[in-house]
Design a protein around this ligand. Structure first.
Ligand SMILES: Cc1cc2nc3c(=O)[nH]c(=O)nc-3n(C[C@H](O)[C@H](O)[C@H](O)COP(=O)(O)OP(=O)(O)OC[C@H]3O[C@@H](n4cnc5c(N)ncnc54)[C@H](O)[C@@H]3O)c2cc1C
Length: 388
């Protein structure tokens, strides 16, 4: 028979990525008894800590000019799929989020003069993104910010059900890897379970990111009409699948003389497309969902039928240089929250990749870590205020 345990805590945080940890760090100032549960291994899982790139762009606006530019870019590329006031909060608090990471000792890439350098993030032409140097150091810096007297961590434990009593969240049911069922009573919860990229056959995320947060919310639809948005929009990137694997440079989509061949022998070349469209395509690595330059990728998507890779030939050398397929990297859809991460269920807050609204169907690069920090902090503070 399965073992059943009961726990009471003031605040439960579901997920230990950038969003969950930011919520915990914000809440621990006010609440003594916080429990974080993580399906994966803490500080080693989720997109935040199990990231094949081992570096992150963190986009922020340092002054009013940058704020105006960034907010305009988000609104412009979202084409009505974002919630403008949430995007504004994200932009206005982006610099504090970056400064917070800096104060935690997270290391960023620097220029030759020792100044933190910034590059233009995807969908932007202005240099707004600082680059976090390495996963392990990032994880260690976050770990040090947790007050372990106030925060407990249950690793390898999966939230399976949200419990609703009298119209409020009253706790969750979780299951540990060893099959123990844990009934956790809590005054509030922050849902920070990340996205669902790993439900797709080709993805570059940790396999545990199966959209559990969406399922937990859908299961309570009779108790709270939680609103989802942008669920059809995901971030996909072209990845080489040869052995040994290489990174496929987006610039190849516009390089003269490059040919793309499907397994059936159908050939496309992209360098003959409209220059303005190709120029737009060069400003972002992920395939766009809403921009006109999606045209470029649609041609290629049409070539990779039945998940069969496209061969990329350099016509000058006759060599096949890459074999590419689209891989899912992140979700742009999720639960729509209010400004402090509130969902429609009293007592339940959400933050990070499980949410949407601050961005729409396309997302400015480097804004997801910023989003996790800004709305994770807000959700943590609001949840703490509620349980107090
Ligand atoms: C390769 C790659 C590169 C990226 N590059 C960038 C970048 O440069 N800049 C940027 O801003 N963004 C980038 N992103 C996106 C960004 O990394 C993620 O969106 C962000 O880290 C998500 O953080 P999160 O806290 O919401 O979720 P995650 O970090 O994914 O954490 C989710 C947590 O929830 C846990 N969990 C899931 N289900 C359950 C459950 N049922 N019960 C309990 N726990 C659960 C997981 O174990 C994990 O601890 C990239 C993503 C990828 C994959």
């Amino acid at each position: 028979m399965n073992h059943i345990e009961k726990i009471h805590t003031d605040l439960i945080i579901i997920g230990a990525g950038a969003a969950g940890l930011s919520a915990a760090i914000a809440a621990q100032r006010k609440v003594n008894n916080i429990l974080i549960i993580s399906k994966g291994r803490p500080f080693q899982s989720g997109s935040t800590f199990a990231n094949i790139n081992n570096q992150w762009g963190v986009t922020f606006a340092e002054n009013e000019t940058e704020q105006e530019y960034l907010e305009n870019r988000i609104n412009s590329i979202s084409k009505g799929t974002n919630v403008p006031y949430l995007s504004r909060i994200l932009v206005q608090e982006s610099c504090s989020a970056f400064e917070m990471l800096h104060s935690w000792g997270v290391e960023f890439k620097k220029d030759k003069n020792g100044k933190i350098s910034r590059v233009a993030p995807c969908f932007c032409t202005e240099p707004l993104a600082a680059i976090i140097k390495a996963c392990k150091q990032f994880a260690e810096s976050c770990k040090k910010q947790i007050d372990w007297d106030r925060v407990k961590l249950l690793p390898e434990t999966k939230a399976e059900k949200l419990i609703v009593k009298s119209g409020n969240l009253s706790g969750i049911t979780a299951r540990h890897k060893n099959k123990t069922t844990i009934n956790i009573e809590a005054g509030a919860a922050v849902l920070a379970t990340g996205g669902n990229a790993s439900v797709f056959r080709h993805h570059i995320t940790e396999p545990g990111l199966t959209g559990d947060g969406y399922k937990l919310l859908k299961d309570i639809k009779n108790e709270a009409a939680v609103r989802f948005s942008n669920m059809n929009f995901r971030q996909q990137v072209w990845e080489d699948i040869s052995f040994p694997k290489k990174r496929f440079p987006v610039s190849c989509l516009w390089k003269p003389g490059y040919l793309f061949r499907s397994k059936d022998g159908e050939i496309a070349r992209l360098d003959t497309l409209d220059t303005a469209i190709l120029h737009g395509r060069m400003t972002h690595v992920p395939i766009s969902n809403l921009q006109q330059d999606r045209e470029v990728d649609e041609i290629l998507l049409g070539l990779c039928r039945s998940h069969r890779a496209i061969e990329v030939f350099n016509s000058e050398t006759g060599q096949c240089e890459y074999r590419i397929l689209p891989f899912v990297q992140a979700s742009n859809g999720g639960v729509v929250i209010e400004e402090n991460g509130e969902t429609t269920l009293p007592g339940l807050f959400a933050a990070g990749e499980v949410t949407t609204g601050m961005h729409g169907g396309d997302r400015v690069g480097g804004m997801m870590i910023t989003n996790c920090l800004v709305f994770g902090k807000r959700a943590g503070e609001a949840a703490a205020a509620l349980v107090q």
